[in-house]
Design a protein around this ligand. Structure first.
Ligand code: GLA
Length: 380
């Protein structure tokens, strides 16, 4: 048992089972997951831990160790919060109970949950999905039920869309539920299936947090705005962008706004990069895969318009460093982290130099992580 799990159990104060679900980094295919497209995330060893024990009533009592706060709801009487209510940490937990009951009809049992996480918040590494999937796994465990992992992911996405009012796609919850150690997953978000995309053992994913925070929840978040523009492109084409070729989009350019055209072009090219990317990883062509990541950044910055100057700077700096095969912003955009593909023997020097150069250029100390690719959610 790790020290973190032991400390959590001590805080919980009574016999409990412990469940975990990871955060993620995405390698290719950004903003493709609400267009039926492909994306390629990997689960990280940062996760949310939930200690859970059953209660004899129908209350869900939640204790966030990290916020030092408690919350309580009755599972028989869950009310969706108002759209303009400020988002609270406990919404992500209650929302999962709400959607599991709605979608699966499973009779959940009352539970005490003690929750802690080490996924950096607001950094684009899916801390919220990791909370949702960890709590869902815990609530199912307490109820003695199992569901297919993809169903758990869908219920968690529904919690975020319908209860927390965040307009996310399926990528984060899917990888948190289904991730496989040592691999990224090339997810077909329409079929809800995935193919293993093995990351060679002599390479590392180095994640660097620009410390520019982003916000995904809420109708007026940057995420919601770009998503509407992507949807405008799909609407103009009369079908999901998954089914639209680049030539077709170009031919229909004057039927949509300039923003919709550029967002749409990124979505189509980035989804295609996932398909090329899996083939390259399977053929062990890491150099070409790295170049694809860098190309994805240019598309995200220039077509999608959702990078920021700090992340552009980090990518530029990373690409100059020894052993770096590719680099890009990861996640929803407008800040957060970059991910670089780096030769394992160069990774420590890479991380140190990147941090030092970013600090001297911006005065900001970035968090830099040489990541391990972990398994998806489960009982600890
Ligand atoms: C956020 C969302 C995901 C996905 C990414 C962008 O992480 O939660 O569903 O849309 O942004 O790829």
């Amino acid at each position: 048992m790790t020290a973190r799990v032991q400390e959590l159990l001590e805080r919980h104060g009574r016999a409990a089972a412990v469940y975990q679900a990871p955060g993620r980094v995405n390698l290719l295919g950004e903003h493709t997951d609400y267009s039926g497209g492909f994306c390629m995330p990997a689960a990280l060893s940062f996760n949310t831990l939930v200690a859970a024990s059953p209660r004899s009533d129908s209350l869900l009592r939640m204790h966030s160790v990290d916020f030092g706060e408690w919350a309580e709801v009755n599972l028989r009487n869950l009310q969706v919060p108002a759209k303009d209510a400020p988002t609270k940490w406990n919404f992500y937990c209650e929302g999962v109970a709400w959607s599991l009951a709605q979608e699966t009809g499973i009779a959940l049992k009352g539970a005490d949950l003690t929750i802690t996480g080490n996924v950096p918040l607001g950094a684009g590494l899916s801390s919220s999905a990791s909370v949702e999937v960890a709590v869902a796994t815990a609530l199912l465990g307490i109820a003695g039920q199992t569901l297919p992992k993809a169903t758990v992911a869908l219920a968690c996405q529904r919690a975020e869309n319908g209860y927390v009012h965040g307009s996310c796609g399926i990528m984060d919850q899917y990888i948190s539920a289904c991730g496989v150690k040592g691999n990224a997953l090339a997810i077909d978000t329409r079929a809800m299936t995935a193919e293993l995309a093995p990351i060679p053992e002599d390479l590392r994913l180095v994640v660097c947090n620009s410390m520019v925070t982003h916000k995904v929840a809420g109708a007026e978040s940057d995420y919601a705005i770009v998503r509407r523009e992507v949807e405008e492109a799909a609407h103009a084409m009369g079908r999901q962008l998954r089914d639209v070729s680049l030539d077709e989009l170009v031919a229909a350019r004057n039927t949509m706004s300039d923003e919709a055209f550029h967002r749409g072009r990124h979505v189509i090219t980035d989804s295609a990069r996932v398909v090329r990317g899996v083939a390259l990883l399977k053929a062990n062509d890491s150099a070409a895969f790295g170049r694809l990541m860098t190309e994805a950044h240019a598309s995200f910055r220039d077509d999608f318009g959702a990078s920021c100057k700090e992340c552009d700077l980090l990518v530029e700096m990373a690409l100059e460093l020894e052993g770096c095969l590719g680099s890009r912003l990861t996640g929803g955009g407008f800040g957060g982290c970059t991910v670089s593909l780096v030769k394992a023997d160069a990774a420590s020097a890479f991380a140190e130099t990147l941090q030092a150069e970013y600090k001297s250029a911006t005065g900001v100390v970035a968090q830099v992580f040489i990541c391990e690719i972990a398994d998806g959610a489960g009982k600890v």
